[in-house]
Design a protein around this ligand. Structure first.
Ligand code: LHQ
Length: 260
């Protein structure tokens, strides 16, 4: 239910249930967790693109499979499902010490929107759209949406999106601060690959430390964050890529970063 393809340092993960707008099944969740585990382990992977096959990015939890496992019949606990599948996946994405770019090719709904929000950068096709679909079926935003959305768009807009489940266009999502860029649909993957290739040639260790710092800073005081910056700078300062960056600057040449 997902496809992976590596080109140079860029791993592209494609959600692949196009008939169902890539609605998330248990199999897909397992495959995604494996893919991100592999992306972490494999030193040759230095940037990841997450996208969807067909006209949708991801319609969130597959509701047909939920219906088969009626929670009121005791067979399926939503809380346990989240704790064992989506929650570790979202943490895995935030903890991956490599950049993840969402290439949002179509609708991103419910946990599908959360998946996009958990990425580090977001590009979208001009035909894409976003909705916090949860409320439409009497559920609450999950998979990190309540955390990510407020930080990206502020509490005022986040609350309205969550309470109403309104579908917003890519352009609106850009204006809200959810997206880095909106591009014509037929150039989305070229743009995403170009950005990913740029990041894959960057100092990967420093990118990993920046991700840690950004998430730390979101929930800590200035004093704590200054301390954590010092810790991360200590680590960055010991990397081969920093040595190369410094050397290249002094020699007035372009650096070649190895991701070490
Ligand atoms: C779908 C789905 C879908 C199955 C489209 N499932 N088939 C976590 C843990 C535990 C429990 C519950 O939830 C969660 C997290 C969540 O993500 S909850 C939120 C789940 N997602 C939704 O509520 C969104 C449901 N989908 C929609 O509202 C619409 O499909 C959107 C707005 C995404 C797209 O609308 P359209 O462009 O009009 O497409 P469509 O509705 O015609 O969908 C195309 C096909 O995809 C269709 O199948 P069919 O066989 O009739 O062609 C849909 O049934 C299927 N599909 N989403 N989540």
């Amino acid at each position: 239910t997902i496809l992976y393809e590596q080109d140079g340092g860029v791993l592209t993960i494609t959600l692949n249930r196009p008939d169902k707008l890539n609605a998330v099944t248990d199999t897909m969740l397992h495959e995604l967790r494996d893919a991100f585990k592999q992306a972490k382990r494999d030193e040759s992977v230095r940037a990841v693109i997450l996208t969807g096959a067909g006209r949708g990015f991801c319609a969130g939890q597959d509701l047909a499979s939920v219906k088969e496992r009626d929670p009121s019949a005791g067979g399926f606990s939503y809380g346990e499902h989240l704790r064992h599948t989506y929650n570790p996946l979202i943490l895995q994405m935030r903890e991956l010490p490599k950049p993840i770019i969402a290439a949002v090719n179509g609708v991103a709904a419910g946990a599908g929107m959360s998946l996009a929000l958990a990425c580090d950068l977001r590009l979208a096709a001009d035909t894409a759209s976003f909705l916090q679909a949860f409320i439409k079926i009497g559920l609450v935003p999950d998979s990190g949406s309540t955390w990510f959305l407020q930080r990206l768009v502020g509490p005022t807009r986040a609350m309205e999106l969550m309470l109403r489940g309104t579908r917003i266009s890519a352009q609106e999502a850009l204006d809200y601060g959810i997206l880095n860029r909106v591009v014509p649909a037929d150039s989305l993957m070229d743009e995403a690959r170009a950005l990913a290739a740029e990041l894959a040639a960057a100092p990967t260790k420093a990118i990993g430390y920046i991700k840690r710092l950004a998430d730390f800073a979101a929930t800590h005081t200035l004093a704590e964050t200054l301390e954590y910056e010092a810790d991360m700078q200590e680590l960055a300062g010991r990397t081969a890529d920093h040595a190369e960056g410094l050397q290249a600057f002094l020699e007035k040449r372009a650096p070649t970063f190895q991701g070490r």
